[in-house]
Write a protein that binds this ligand. Structure first.
Ligand code: HEM
Length: 308
């Protein structure tokens, strides 16, 4: 039985129960995603990350594809989520996605090599591999997501978080805004704080998001394109430094967005942030669960999901 091609259906011929007239029947088995291509794509992504240090932008790509999900948004693909729609216009042109075309372009040669791997899977795989290569937790990822291919099925603008005032829905505080945005995805306080810890990697650039400094002593020499402002000194290492640094707020060279400050300022977020600052293993465990949940928001599966 062929179990290696996305979207394929495999006919299995069998026979009725013993003693009955031997009448062939056909059982249609929905085949799983292309495991070989998924494995090879994963290897290529690892090589790409190790040679270019592009981990942070790949994590942002996966997050911005999945993070449009609306739990009350209706049947797939209307509810947004991890559908690969971020690559299409108008979604890639949304303000929140400024700069992410570069990440999509990095993925194109890999997609061309492994056409049976969906964009939706490729983006979530790239994000997961990026976390793992940077030293983060192992993520129990599953693959077999279907792609949105029609621009009219793109997510609407405004579903991703703003980093500071004014908040479009009128929230009075960053914490209220975070609950508004992540609550729509079906994510809770613990998951909001854990996922915020992804800012242990990467930088903000004024020309992309409008946040951060042009450069700091931690970013002026790259690696990758120099410049921007990072949340942590070692911004290519996935650890719990984000929580330690946001708590201290003692280094002007490091970034603290209003939404980052909220993980310690808000009474219900704080216990999680304090725990993660103290206990990296606790952060890794909660982050791993929240990341996998994020990666599956709104996904429609082509057959049984597979792990590779
Ligand atoms: C909590 C609400 C969040 C807000 C308001 C927010 C905001 C931002 C902003 C403004 C940037 C800078 C983008 C740029 O200038 O290029 C950024 C970068 C980044 N974000 Fe978030 N983010 C949030 C949550 C998350 C989550 C949940 C993840 C992943 C799980 C994530 C991962 C990243 C990464 C890795 C970068 C660095 C990208 C790079 O270096 O190119 N963020 N975020």
């Amino acid at each position: 039985m062929q179990l290696s091609h996305a979207s394929s259906r495999t006919a299995v011929h069998g026979y009725g129960r013993a003693g009955s007239v031997r009448k062939p029947r056909t059982v249609v088995v929905r085949a799983a995603a292309n495991v070989e291509q998924l494995r090879s794509a994963k290897k290529d992504i690892e090589d790409l990350i190790r040679s270019t240090s592009c981990n942070p932008i790949l994590i942002r790509l996966g997050w911005h594809d999945a993070g449009t999900f609306d739990k009350d948004g209706g049947a797939w693909p209307k509810a947004g989520g991890a559908t690969g729609s971020i690559r299409l216009k108008p979604e890639i042109g949304h303000g929140a996605n400024a700069g992410l075309q570069a990440a999509i372009d990095l993925m194109e040669p890999i997609k061309a090599k492994y056409p049976a791997v969906s964009y939706a899977d490729l983006y979530q795989m790239a994000s997961a591999v990026a976390v793992e290569v940077a030293g983060g937790p192992k993520l129990a990822m599953r693959y077999g997501r279907k792609d949105v291919n029609d621009p009219k099925d793109c997510a609407k603008e405004g579903n991703l978080p703003s980093a500071g005032h004014p908040f479009p829905e009128g929230s009075v505080s960053p914490a209220q805004h975070l609950r508004h945005i992540f609550g729509r995805m079906g994510l809770n306080d613990k998951e909001i704080v854990a996922l915020s810890g992804a800012h242990t990697l990467g930088r903000a650039r004024p020309e992309r998001s409008g946040w951060g400094k042009e450069e700091t002593k931690y970013t002026k020499d790259g690696p990758g394109k120099p410049g921007g402002q990072s949340w942590t000194a070692d911004w290519l290492v996935f650890n719990n430094a984000y929580f330690k640094d946001v708590k201290k707020k003692s280094d002007d060279e490091l970034l603290v967005l209003p939404t980052d400050a909220a993980v310690f300022d808000d009474d219900a977020f704080r216990p999680f942030a304090e725990k993660y600052a103290e206990d990296e293993a606790a952060f890794f465990a909660d982050y791993a669960l929240a990341h996998v949940k994020l990666s599956e928001l709104g996904a429609a599966w082509d057959g049984e999901p597979v792990s590779v």
